[in-house]
Ligand binder design. Sequence first.
Ligand code: KG4
Ligand code: ZN
Length: 344
Amino acid sequence: MKILGIDTSCDDTSAAVTADGSSVISNIIHSQVKLHNPYGGVVPELASREHIRNIVPVVDKALSSAGLKLPDINAIAVTVGPGLIGSLLVGLYYAKSIAYFNKIPLVAVNHLEGHILSILLEEEHPDFPFTALTVSGGHTSLYYVKAPGDYELMGQTLDDAAGEAFDKVAKLLGLGYPGGAIIESHARSGRPDAIHFPRAYISDESLDFSFSGLKTAVALFIDKWERQGREKADNIRLTDIAASFQEAVFDVLIDKLIRAGIKSSVSSLVLAGGVACNRALRDRLTLRAQKEGFTVYYPRPAYCTDNGAMIALSGFFRAIRHDYADYNIDVRSRFPVRDIKKLK
Ligand code: KG4
Ligand code: ZN
């Protein structure tokens, strides 16, 4: 079964073709990073216009790289939420029109489900059940994953997402957008124990996250550091701020993922979403998980950030049940995973 997957939930125009569920035949991404970089974040109006420019060539390229044409496709899977409304609309309406004209079934997909299942695109993946932490620019959530389509939310951020905090700190330091990879590279030569930034554990029991306090603490620190003339201030370098901030985020992410794994009595953990590209986070988590008796699985970076392959894969599990979408389906900016059972 060949599935065309389309994702335009935020600032990447992505399309991919998969065969028999998890075998990726093509995976094309048009990134808008350069467009949004001067603004220090995604500008929704610009993002949707850029999707309009790129959706046709990106889908064409996904098909031609796979050596296929639309009539060879068995189902078209498309993200309907959560995400930016104007961006989602471009992907959904293009998917609807090519599905309609070519008489191909349409499958609606939740973007978060895509991140949760993205690990199945890798040959080395865990058996069900497993505990997954999806950590990106818009989300930081812990799930107990029983089977495709069967997820239990164990905890989530009460304010900012971890990736959002990376982007904000990079902006405060004048390092550009998106911040994750830039902070990671500066942190490599910094001291993680130079500054003690707050870690929000909320309570011993809670598996929820909060990053707004950390963001404010870093902002106040940077403000004082700038006023004191940057590097002259107590010998603190920009790299130390990056490393200390990163350490504070990782302490909480790692601790809560391990605790969620213990609580759900699984042996496998999964880290997915854009922040999971971070090498330092992967190394620290792998070490800690080994000590606690877990095996951790990571999708490759191209499957951590937004991509069409994870949407095609999620769509496959619906397509095999003939769980197709109606043509009147609409996009939704908020779309908790618990609502996917109502997807039609
Ligand atoms: O999954 P993703 O591509 O898009 C969303 O669904 O949000 O994640 C993007 C986020 C951005 O906030 C970016 O700064 C972060 O992932 N990110 C990283 C790294 N690479 C990307 N954060 C930390 N370290 C990285 N190496
Ligand atoms: Zn995403």
